[in-house]
Design a protein around this ligand. Structure first.
Ligand code: PLP
Length: 425
């Protein structure tokens, strides 16, 4: 039965049999027991299925990954310890020293730093591009060693909307996969595979967890990218892996090749596994995700409308607002709403903005975003403070931008809190 997203969030992943626990058990075990040495050998050869060590795989994690996989409409998925680890693995699984990839410059500050600084130290070059450029202009950034294109469905913190189909065409016409960070939209509001993306990543720390309790990430593969058809670009998938008994992933695992390689090589060597306890919390979050996302969106729209009509506000960006620059892209890709995050600026200087933020009562100043509690932050002084003004501008982050993550409290109370803080400036 191909159920809808609300049902998948409850019933996909863990499927208990007769007499088994109704709720997903936490397999709090580092290792797993086998009766024969021969069977254990087959596990290491990837000849038999089974768990052997929680640094690579754990049944609790796999059940939750399978749920997210079903929500996105993919064929295979894995959980990682954080969203950062998910984005690092997603690229590093197909890029090595000497390779190049293209990323939108309007991405989360942590990802920008990972791609532009840390991956450069590994010899992997990233070119950041303005995602609003035309296909012809964007095509100029491809090189013979380009291996992937990366962007976010809804950019953090500027909350602009990616034209996913444009990026998919661009990547595919150059024989490389499109990797989409779908953290803000969540598969409830957008499923990038339906628009041509090949791989999706998540910081599950955000709406998926939803309560701000556990850091985590996820990678989902659509199974649609044909590695063999572009074999010369992706030797890691299409030639024998000597560190794994000469297995050629794309031959042996077909549509499961990408995630199998990420598990067998990257988890083995880098070990960024999510703890099973965190996967358990994540699963609880996923069960209520569609209900929460709906409320986040309806609250954010009300708050955006309030801000738009307030004369102390310089500007507000929220793609679900009629008249917003990104409203038509939002309607196309996310007809049920985008997310609970919006961006705005108060009139006046930085001191005025700080006075406003400090005067809020329950809306708190935190680094976090996208959970039940309304919160805000000023990227130029907080998350993005390592970026120069030029990099900030390149990432489209105005120095006066305040990122407001609208929670699931009562919308009138959220507006009331903002109103009283604005009255003090
Ligand atoms: C937070 C975030 C990340 C990083 O995720 P962590 O779980 O904090 O490591 C990546 N991408 C986006 C869009 C994010 O919002």
């Amino acid at each position: 039965m191909n159920s809808r997203i609300e049902t998948k969030c409850i019933h996909e992943g863990y499927k208990p049999k007769q007499g088994e626990p109704r709720q997903l058990p936490v397999y709090q075990s580092t290792t797993f027991k086998y009766d024969t040495s021969d069977y254990m050998g087959k596990l290491f050869d990837l000849e038999a299925e089974g768990y052997f060590y929680t640094r690579l795989q754990n049944p609790t994690n796999d059940a939750v990954a399978a749920k997210i996989c079903a929500m996105e409409g993919g064929v295979a998925a894995m959980l990682t310890s954080s969203g950062q680890a998910a984005n690092f693995y997603a690229i590093f699984n197909i890029c090595e020293a000497g390779d190049h990839f293209i990323a939108s410059s309007s991405i989360y500050g942590g990802t920008y730093n990972l791609f532009g600084v840390s991956m450069a130290k590994m010899g992997i070059e990233c070119t950041f591009v303005d995602q609003t450029l035309s296909e012809e202009e964007l095509a100029k950034y491809f090189k013979p060693n380009t291996k992937a294109v990366f962007a976010e469905t809804i950019t953090n913190p500027t909350v602009t909307i990616l034209d996913i189909e444009k990026f998919a065409r661009l990547a595919h016409s150059h024989g490389v996969p499109l990797i989409i960070d779908n953290t803000f939209a969540t598969p409830v509001n957008c499923r990038p595979f339906e628009w041509g993306a090949d791989i999706v990543t998540h910081s599950t720390t955000k709406y998926m967890d939803g309560q701000g309790v556990s850091v985590g990430g996820c990678i989902v593969d659509s199974g649609n990218f044909d590695w063999m058809a572009n074999a010369e670009k992706f030797p890691g998938l299409t030639t024998p892996d000597e560190s794994y008994h000469g297995i050629t992933y794309a031959e042996k695992f077909g549509k499961g090749a990408y995630i199998t390689k990420a598990t067998a090589q990257l988890m083995r060597d880098f070990g960024s596994i999510q703890s099973p306890q965190n996967a358990f919390y994540l699963n609880l979050g996923l069960e209520t995700l569609p209900v929460r996302v709906e409320r986040h969106c309806s609250n954010a729209l009300k708050v955006a409308q309030f801000l738009k009509n307030n004369d102390k506000i310089a500007w507000v960006h929220y793609a679900d607002l009629e008249g917003d620059e990104y409203n038509s892209l939002a309607k196309k890709y996310m007809p049920n709403g985008t997310c609970g995050v919006l961006a705005f600026a108060v009139k006046g200087d930085r001191a005025t903005a700080n006075k406003f933020m400090d005067s809020l009562k329950f809306i708190s100043i935190v680094t976090h975003v996208a959970d039940a509690k309304s919160c805000l932050l000023h990227p130029a002084s907080h998350t993005h403070r390592q970026l120069t003004d030029e990099q900030l501008r390149e990432a489209g982050v105005a120095p006066d931008l305040i990122r407001l993550s609208v929670g699931i409290e009562n919308a009138d109370d959220i507006i009331e809190d903002i109103r009283q803080a604005l009255s003090l400036i």
